[in-house]
Design a binder for this molecule. Structure first.
Ligand SMILES: [Zn+2]
Length: 499
């Protein structure tokens, strides 16, 4: 027991650590490099926007017939040893909001780093250069020469170079791994009445939100071997077709596309129904390699049955050279610390966090949310999903899970805290993850098991591929519980809403 608690100290972003989220801690303050920011902007003369006639019946989610996703076609060549990549990216943006748009906003996380993003060219789909744009920090804003009607499309091409930062994080390189999470310019969801969903970085938690999109990514490696002579292995959000030295991926509909390369990965795979689960681990801890794959596969199987089937054909679980777990759509990272300390006992962070990250494929991947302002929507649900996992996979350790994961920390704080309100990583984790799990446990007791699960499935069905808010969650919940009962729960756990 003591040993398990000691292990907790080494881990982080998944709600376990004292170190905070390394991703956030190591992101430098966004400053505009200047070189990429034209101060004068001239409206373009051309009319580059292709307006597609709206379908007779408006649609608003990718699971509805006729819905068109924004498409990212990305060709990238990575120079592993130089820690840089040359990228051509074509975006066919579909205005799936109900508002006319006057401008487009791309978020470019790599431009948070000095010299991290060098823009070579930006053009409309007819190859005319785009002149009316500004790049400030991670925001690239371009003015449309004419408004973009709902359900209309516009094409943009970007050519750029990435220089990866040297950091132990989901974006960056270390001696044994290069990670590309949130690596390409993308358009966040557009919220009618509010605008582009952009949130400031907060040094803890996550701050990005994603619209479901289609990804076609072609990756080439400048050299298939690293300078050390090791063969480079790629892991990504989906499984590639190989054509010579080119890896071609299709991932859709999905929130994002992440990938990672190392000259040290050991690969293993297993099948869960129609889903291929692949694991990539460093060769330092043979006792943990197979269990990382097995626990991930087990969680995928349990949640697919309990919630609804996992939506992709593959899931990759990758050992991270940073002290965190991190979720992407179709790919999850698990900290090397979880592997290092794994002794074969499922009372471990490797098992807990494998379940947690896999749960994010539903609570983040399928149902999106504003991770900065309402992180509880994905984090409380993913933390609570750990208990669903233990109840089915290791029922003998359910009490251990409650004691170690929740009660030991005596969690305080409001479940609906934002990433900006917390006094540090621990208070944030305690409020959002741990009291979030307590709230969901009380809700489960209130509704009863059958109704609780029916509610979660209904929530998934209602908001699958969309962005959900706390209001959406509670509006739907009001059909499952009396106002008086909910009111008491809300008052004990939530500060921003009255019960
Ligand atoms: Zn999480």
């Amino acid at each position: 027991m003591k040993r398990q608690l000691a292990v907790f100290i080494l881990t982080s972003c998944l709600g376990l650590s004292i170190l905070g989220c390394s991703t956030q801690e190591q992101v430098p303050l966004s400053t505009n490099s200047g070189a990429n920011t034209p101060e004068t902007a001239t409206p373009t003369a051309e009319q580059p926007i292709t307006t597609t006639p709206p379908p007779a019946t408006p649609t608003n989610a990718p699971d509805e017939p006729g819905f068109q996703l924004t498409k990212y076609v990305i060709d990238v060549e990575l120079n592993y040893d130089a820690h840089s990549a040359v990228v051509d990216q074509r975006i066919t943006y579909v205005n799936n909001s109900n508002s006319e748009l006057e401008d487009l906003l791309f978020l470019i996380e790599p431009n948070s780093y000095p010299n991290g993003f060098l823009l070579n060219a930006i053009t409309w789909e007819n190859d005319n250069p785009i002149q009316d744009y500004s790049l400030n920090g991670r925001e690239l804003r371009l003015v449309l020469p004419q408004s973009l009607e709902p359900e209309s499309t516009v094409g943009i091409t970007l050519s750029f170079q990435l220089n990866l930062p040297n950091q132990n994080a989901p974006y960056g390189y270390t001696e044994r791994q290069t990670n590309l999470g949130d690596w390409y310019p993308y358009l966040p969801p557009y919220i009618p009445g509010e605008g582009w969903l952009v949130r400031e970085d907060a040094f803890l938690g996550e701050h990005l939100a994603y619209e479901m999109s289609e990804f076609e990514v072609e990756i080439k490696l400048t050299n298939p071997y690293s300078a050390n002579g090791g063969e480079l292995v790629l892991a990504a959000s989906s499984i590639p077709e190989r054509e010579g030295d080119s890896y071609q991926y299709h991932h859709s509909p999905a929130r994002n596309f992440a990938w990672t390369v190392s000259d040290q990965y050991l690969e293993q795979e297993t099948q869960v129904g129609a889903v291929l689960v692949k694991s990539y681990a460093f060769p330092f801890h043979p006792q943990a390699e197979a269990p990382a794959l097995e626990e991930t596969a087990k969680a995928l199987s349990i949640f697919s049955e309990l919630f609804e089937p996992y939506p992709h054909k593959a899931l990759s679980v990758v050992e991270a050279d940073f002290l965190d777990g991190m979720e992407y759509d179709g790919l999850v990272f698990l900290s090397h610390a979880f592997y290092d300390y794994y002794t074969g006992d499922p009372q471990s962070n490797l098992t807990i966090i494998a379940a947690h990250e896999v749960a994010h494929q539903w609570w983040y991947g399928l149902v999106g949310n504003d991770q900065a302002r309402e992180p509880w929507l994905d984090e409380a649900l993913s933390t609570f999903s750990e208990i669903f996992f233990y109840e089915r996979a290791y029922p003998e350790f359910v009490d251990w899970w409650w004691e170690n994961r929740i009660y030991f920390h005596d969690p305080q704080g409001w479940v609906d805290s934002t990433i900006y309100e917390a006094a540090g990583f621990y208070p944030y984790r305690d409020a959002v993850y741990l009291r979030g799990a307590l709230f969901l446990s009380d809700l489960r007791n209130l509704l009863g098991e059958e109704v609780f699960i029916a509610f979660l499935r209904d929530y998934l069905a209602e908001y699958r591929y969309r962005q959900a808010t706390g209001d959406d969650f509670f509006n739907l919940l009001s059909a499952y519980a009396s106002e008086a009962d909910l009111s008491a729960l809300i008052n004990s756990y939530f500060s921003h809403r009255s019960g």
